[in-house]
Design a protein around this ligand. Sequence first.
Ligand SMILES: *Cc1c(COP(=O)(O)O)cnc(C)c1O
Length: 235
Amino acid sequence: MSELVERYQKIRDEVNNLSKENGRNVCLIAVSKTKSIESIVELYQSGQRDFGENYVNELEKKSTDSLIKSQCPEIRWHFIGHLQSNKVSRILSRVENLQSIQTIDSIELAQQLNKHLQQQSRKLQILLQIKTSNEEQKSGLSPENFLHVFNEINSNCQQLIFRGLMTIGSMDNVNNDDDSDFRVLIRCRDDLIEKSEIPIDQIELSMGMSNDYQRAIRAGSTIVRIGSSIFGSRA
Ligand SMILES: *Cc1c(COP(=O)(O)O)cnc(C)c1O
């Protein structure tokens, strides 16, 4: 067995065990940005189906690659990077097997996606990205403001299927073994339940990466996005 598959199986089993403790399924997304087609195929052959990418061009290339298309027919791609509005048309018209966009961070972006999806007569799963820390460089909706965007999607963006909330934990939290970013996301989820009456089991919480996924699952994550711990560090 290759080292890649060994690392993958170890993490997959750990995620499954932790999720049993939580009494809820946790979806593992293998974040393959900068990693090769061959390693994606290798993980697919070990059973992995959900993969995450950050850049539209790279995702387009990988999702339409002939090896991926022949070897990985049931692959599900998740977009987890910042989506610029000038890439909306491209991601929707060129990427294949796009399962979700996890990084909706404005009403304008939601409306634009909705308009393009309407023209294609299809729907797409989305998550709202919440900025749960004060780190300047991060994008995302504020915890005070996201309900406004949720309401707009709910009433005016019928092609968008709301699946949940996503956040990137701050390095500060990682270094201090601190749950506060995750708690902010959970509080947003609870606000949403109160205002929308969506049942709790229909709201995904996408939180947890290589450095904090165990802690995220213990805090209530339902989707973890893991890259370097599976594929090795990125150059
Ligand atoms: C790169 C990335 C990940 C994976 O990060 P690792 O630390 O390599 O596990 C997860 N989520 C997002 C949004 C990312 O950009």
